[in-house]
Design a protein around this ligand. Structure first.
Ligand code: NAP
Length: 249
């Protein structure tokens, strides 16, 4: 099949592009910048933006499956605008393309602008005239790395208090997304979660032990709407496919 990966140079997109190529598909990646590490031979790279309709038209023409794995944390509305542009482009090309998008567990329960945009992005595809699939997953292991690496300059590891995490391995998420390339892909949203639930402190202790860090662990309260989301436990679930790779920074 012809597969286009929007955001195919990113954390998940790159993994999906490589996996899809290994499965024998003809893969094209669209991203605005060249990747830091070249993509394997055989994967086509197109420089362009999912908000540019002319570039999208070229990237999407003839695609049987499109993965939207773009991200825009600082400008979340771009995710929604991108989904609309992708939808319009596929519809104007008159193709039956299957679009697969990655969303975040319980994003619909938060009014944080990023989560609201993730929900709206998935909604655009769900309402489109072509088939779409939404994989809803918990935070990546690298999300925890990002938190624990943050206060390096202060000589501490910040451990979010009053919250737990079910982080999931990025390779496993990419593999799960690629099940959408099977002859009978899922139509309904499906969920993937990490294999274990760790409190913020337990995760920080694992980070400290595994990275042999000498920094002291200090509790802190995640601020704002995102803090409230995590403390309420909206990031945890007992449902869906359970990954098996533990958090090992
Ligand atoms: N982080 C988590 O814990 C988590 C959990 C669940 C779901 N997700 C979702 O997973 C998705 C992928 O996340 P990620 O961490 O893999 O993101 P990432 O590493 O930041 O990669 C984003 C990719 O999108 C590309 N991109 C951004 N804007 C673009 C545009 N306008 N047109 C074309 N390409 C564009 C980037 O390349 P350029 O900048 O060069 O364009 C890059 O290739 C996101 O939608 C995120 O919400 C994340």
């Amino acid at each position: 099949m012809r597969v286009t990966v929007l955001g195919g140079t990113g954390r998940i997109g790159r993994r999906v592009a490589i996996r899809a190529a290994e499965m024998g598909h003809h893969v094209t990646v669209l991203a605005r910048h060249e990747p830091r590490e070249a993509l394997p031979k055989g994967i086509g790279m197109m420089s362009g933006s999912s908000s540019n309709r002319a570039e999208l038209r070229t990237a999407l023409a003839g695609a049987h499956v499109v993965f939207d794995l773009t991200d825009a944390v600082k400008h979340p509305q771009r995710l929604v605008a991108g989904a609309r542009a992708v939808t319009d482009t596929i519809e104007s090309l008159g193709q039956t393309t299957h679009v697969v998008v990655l969303s975040i567990l319980n994003a619909d329960t938060s009014n944080w602008s990023y989560y609201a945009a993730k929900e709206a992005q998935a909604d655009v595809y769900t309402r489109a005239s072509f088939p779409s699939s939404v994989l809803i997953c918990t935070q990546f292991h690298s999300f925890l790395d990002m938190i624990f690496s943050r206060a390096r300059g202060l000589g501490v590891i910040l451990a979010p208090s009053g919250t737990s995490f079910q982080s999931v391995d990025e390779d496993e998420v990419a593999d799960e997304l690629c099940t959408a390339l099977s002859p009978d892909p899922r139509a309904a949203p499906w969920v993937m979660r990490g294999p274990e639930t760790l409190t913020g402190r337990e995760a920080a202790e694992r980070f400290k032990r595994t990275t042999r860090s000498r920094r002291m662990i200090v509790g802190f309260r995640l601020p704002g709407k995102i803090g409230a989301f995590f403390r309420t436990g909206f990031n945890l679930t007992s449902e869906g496919k359970r990954g098996y790779r533990l958090y090992r920074p």
